[in-house]
Design a protein around this ligand. Sequence first.
Ligand code: DLL
Length: 435
Amino acid sequence: MANCFNEEFETLPRPALEALQLTRLRNVLERVYANVPFYRTSLDAAGVRPADVTSLADLHRLPFTTKQDMRDSYPYGLFAAPLEEIVRIHASSGTTGKPTVVGYTRKDIENWSELMARSFVAAGAHRGDIIHNAYGYGLFTGGLGAHYGAERLGASVIPISGGNTRRQLMIMQDFGSTVLTCTPSYSLYMAEEARSEGVDFKKLKLRVGIFGAEPWSEAMRGEIEEKLNLDAIDIYGLSEIMGPGVAIECIQAKHGLHIWEDHFIPEIIDPVSGEPLAEGETGELVITTITKQGIPLIRYRTRDVTSLSYEPCVCGRTHARLARMSGRSDDMLIIRGVNVFPSQIESVLVGIEGVEPHYLLIVERKENLDTLEVQVEVDERLFSDEIKVLQGLARRIEKEIKELLGVTCSAKLVEPRTIQRSEGKATRVIDKRKL
Ligand code: DLL
C-alpha cells in the first residue's frame, strides 16, 4: 500500500473520486456564477447554468479561461472571495506587461499545504527530513508553497531561497539537508559549484531532490541523479492553479505525475481546435479547480503540453498521471515549419559525452529562412582538445538533432561556464525573429 500523507483521499476508488469531483464542480460553478461577473457573462454566453451540469461529461460545455482573461481582469477581477477573506497574494512574473495575480483564502492555504505535504510524501520525504528549500521566496509561489507543505508534513524546513550558491553548499553540508527543492537547472549549477569548491555530493546526506517550475528531460534526470547522488523527482504546478504541488511523480514508479484529482479536474485538448483528446493523446493541459475559494478557475488553458493516463500505478494512488511536460504550446518553436521543443534538443545534448547540460538556442530569420544555432558548453577536458575533435563533436550534435527532429541547426561549442546560470527558471531560447 502506498505510503501516503492522506491515504483515504489519495487512494479513493475512481467512482467515489468522480462523485466527489462532480459535487465539488457544481459547488465551484455556483460560487463563480454568484461572485465573478466574468464567469456569469461567459457561462450565460455559453448557455450553461451551474445547475445544468449533472455529469463530469458536461464539463466540455463550459467555456475556457485563458491567461488573457486573467490579464484583462488585473489585478483582482477574477477573485471569487472578498478581499477581507484573502490572506495571501502571489503573482507570476510574465515576460511582458503586468503579472498574473492570484489570491488565497485561509482554506486555500490549508489545502495547498496539504497537497504539497502529499507531494513530499509521494516523492519519498517524511517527518525527520531536513528540507533545503532553494525555490525563490517572494511573489513566486515556489518558495512559500514548498515551505508550508514541509511544515505541514512536520519536516524541518530550511528557508534558504535561491542564490548564494556557496553558502547553500555549506549549509547543506553542515545542517545535513536530506531533501533538496529547487529548479532542475539550479541543481546542476549547484553540482558545478560543488566541484570547484571541492564539495562531494556523495558525502552529503541528500536523498531526494524535488525539481520543477521549468521543463526538463528524462536525460537531464539521469545527469542530475548521477551528479547529485539522489533520486530526482518531477513536480509540476502553476501559480494560476495554486503553485507547486498540483502534480508530482511518486518515487515508486517515477513514471508520470499524479495530479491531485480531488482538487483539480484535468483534461487534454487539441490546442488548435479546443476539442478534448483521448487518454494517452498529447495536447494542451486544461485544469478546472474544484476547491479553490480565492480565485477558482474553470477550464484554465495552461498551455503546457502533456498527456493523461488513468492506468493503475504501483504506488497505489488512484489519481491520474500526467506525462512529463514536453514544453509549453506557446514556447514551442516552429523552425522552418518543424515543431521543436527545447526539451527535445536538451535530450540530444545530454546524451552526448563531453557536452554539458548548459545550452542556449538562438533562432533568427535570415533572408526569410529560419536559422537555429545551438550553443552548448563542452567540458573542460574537451575544450582544451584539438580543434578537430571539437569540430567532430559539433557535427555530431548537428547530425543527431537532424535525425531526431528533422531540423538543420548549427552547433556552436562554447567554453565551460559561459552560458548564463540561473538560480530560478533558466532561459533556454532567444528568438530574435520576434524582436
Ligand atoms: O513554476 C510553480 C512551481 C514552483 C512548480 C516550484 C514546481 C515547482 P509559475 O511561475 O506560475 O509557477 O510557472 C508555471 O512553469 O505553466 C509550466 O510551463 C512550468 N512548469 C512548472 N513545473 C514544471 C515541470 C511555478 N515540472 C509554469 N515541468 C507552468 C515543466 C513546468 N514545466
